[in-house]
Design a protein around this ligand. Structure first.
Ligand code: CTP
Ligand code: MG
Length: 219
């Protein structure tokens, strides 16, 4: 199969402060989108990267020389942006990794592992075991403590046979379903999603302290 990555970068970054689209925020001198794109392209299986940016926002200068595809304008929800990226992606790519620009520290080897698993099994995601005991809480009270051995924190990239991802997005649209990741939409089809153990340092930059921690790690 021929693999490409969709790099979703059309969020507003509200929890980071919201002054600049998050993907354009610099981390130790380079934008999140440039770092994420470079990590994806460093994986030999990835032939192309399709960026998705807020409408009217151009690629930053430091991503300009990476040879990315022409950016597609994103949508209101993450899944709308994924859909826009998938529609823009040339048809001959039949294996697709969807990655958040907000995860600039992903390792190329992890990208390769999740793509290989998705090629073999249709759908796969990177995830790490959770360290904390998690509680289900309603109205300020604990209603359940799910066994920790079964709990994993999902990351990106998440990779799929293109047709399966297309179907999952279309079905979510017709059912009025919103998912915080692509895998949830594929799960809703009843399809299996393989779990590939990822790296703890593939953290998502969400809050200002995440950016500070990533800066320290890079030094
Ligand atoms: N994303 C997107 N289109 C959207 C929403 C999110 O492309 N409509 C992308 C973001 O750019 C990010 C990834 O999805 O790379 C994960 O989203 P998140 O971390 O929530 O980023 P933001 O939505 O930008 O941040 P916030 O929720 O704080 O506004
Ligand atoms: Mg968001």
């Amino acid at each position: 199969m021929r693999a490409a990555a969709i790099l979703v970068a059309a969020g507003r970054g509200e929890r980071l402060g919201g002054h600049t689209p998050k993907a354009l925020v610099p981390l130790a001198g380079r934008t999140l989108i440039a770092r994420a794109a470079e990590a994806l392209l460093a994986c030999p299986a990835v032939e192309a990267v399709q960026p998705v940016l807020p409408a009217g926002v151009a690629l930053p200068d430091d991503a300009g020389s990476l040879g990315l595809l022409e950016p597609a304008p994103g949508g209101a929800r993450r899944q709308d942006s994924v859909r826009a990226g998938l529609e823009a992606l040339p048809a001959h790519y039949d294996l697709v990794a969807v990655h958040d620009a907000a995860r600039p520290l992903v390792r190329p080897e992890a990208v390769a592992r999740v793509l290989a698993a998705a090629e073999a099994r249709g759908a796969a995601l990177l995830a790490v075991r959770v360290a904390d005991t998690l509680k289900r809480v309603r109205g300020g009270r604990v209603v359940e403590t799910p066994p920790r051995e079964e709990l994993w924190a999902a990351q990106t990239p998440q990779a799929f046979h293109r047709e399966l991802l297309r179907e999952a997005l279309a079905k979510a649209e017709s059912a009025g379903r919103t998912g915080t990741d692509c895998a949830a939409l594929v799960e809703a089809l009843g399809a299996e999603v393989a779990v590939v153990e990822g790296d703890r340092d593939n953290r998502k930059i969400t809050h200002p302290e995440d950016l500070a921690a990533a800066e320290r790690e890079l030094q």
